[in-house]
Design a binder for this molecule. Structure first.
Ligand code: G1P
Length: 295
């Protein structure tokens, strides 16, 4: 059971980032100098995935163009002998085979995933939410998606990445509960989308990375609108879990939620501080500005 395909839903309006997202998708917002979506595609590629379907909405053309060749730009960079930049720009279009499909109405995450049915056929696939980045502390440097793929192949079951969140935040997430069968790996027995604090089976939140066996599409096809009157992926997963079992990975790493402004800014600062080109200058600036404007 080899996982070669991934689905990335990226059809939302990005209302939290207006006006920046009026004509460009939120997935194109940069973390330092690289669009969020390029990090997500890199996670797929580094996990051994070669074919990616992006489920997109209106004004997502910028994503297509980003992953296509731009011959005018390339010849400009070649003329100016900017070879490093030229190589970098060229390599983006050969990262993976990227396919696009338009979600006709925004009917929830479950509906978006359903658009992957024909693309995935009878194969297992990874699902990566386009507004989340996950950093890993893995000794071997395996991305979280790679780790999920290995668990899926080993147990022949679907698997989801889980992150501990404070109990007062469980209402924002899908929450999973189950028994830890080896360090970090759970056999799930419950999944609930955005439960009330006193109804949550744990504080382990679904963290935007999943690997599914193809049967998920059968469950999705039968799923009625749930929370917020949307087709909830978690509802289909809960039914699949009851009939076929499912695993969870309490991953060792960090989640960067770029779907809200504050975390987006924090992610930019953290990523920039880790870089040799802008890190030292930014660190100096932060100290100075904190002294000037801080409490
Ligand atoms: C979605 C999923 C939820 C998950 C979350 C992670 O919710 O439905 O289960 O925990 O992503 O970011 P959304 O953030 O789209 O409301």
């Amino acid at each position: 059971m080899k996982v070669r395909k991934a689905v990335i839903p990226a059809a939302g309006f990005g209302t939290r980032f207006l006006p920046a997202t009026k004509s460009q998708p939120k997935e194109m917002l940069p973390i330092v100098d690289t669009p969020v979506i390029q990090y997500v595609i890199k996670e797929c590629v580094d996990s051994g995935i070669s074919d990616i379907l992006m489920v997109i909405g209106k004004s997502k053309r910028a994503i297509e163009e980003h992953f296509d060749r731009n011959f005018e730009l390339e010849s400009e960079l070649a003329e100016k002998n900017k070879t490093d930049l030229l190589d970098q720009i060229r390599s983006i279009s050969s990262m993976a085979n990227i396919h696009f499909i338009w979600q006709k109405e925004l009917n929830g995450l479950g509906d978006a995933v359903m658009y992957g049915r024909t693309f995935c056929g009878n194969e297992p696939f990874a699902l990566l939410l386009g507004d989340t980045l996950l950093g890993t502390n893995d000794e071997l440097g395996r991305p979280i998606t790679r780790q999920l793929i290995e668990i899926c192949e080993r147990f022949e079951s679907s698997v989801v990445a889980l992150e501990s969140v404070p109990m007062d935040k469980v209402e924002r997430y899908g929450i999973g509960g189950g028994e830890e069968i080896e360090p970090g790996i759970l056999r799930l027995d419950q999944l609930v989308e955005k439960p009330k604090r006193d109804e949550a089976p744990s504080n382990l939140a679904i963290a935007g990375r999943y690997v599914f066996t193809p049967e998920i599409f059968d469950y999705l096809a039968e799923t009625k609108p749930g929370k917020n009157n949307e087709i909830q992926l978690t509802d289909a997963m809960a039914r699949m879990l009851a009939e076929r079992g499912m695993h969870g990975l309490r991953f060792d790493g960090k989640r960067y939620d770029i779907g809200n402004k504050l975390d987006f800014l924090k992610t930019n600062i953290e990523f920039a501080l880790k870089r040799d080109d802008v890190g030292p200058g930014l660190a100096k600036f932060i100290k100075e500005i904190a002294k000037e404007l801080g409490p």
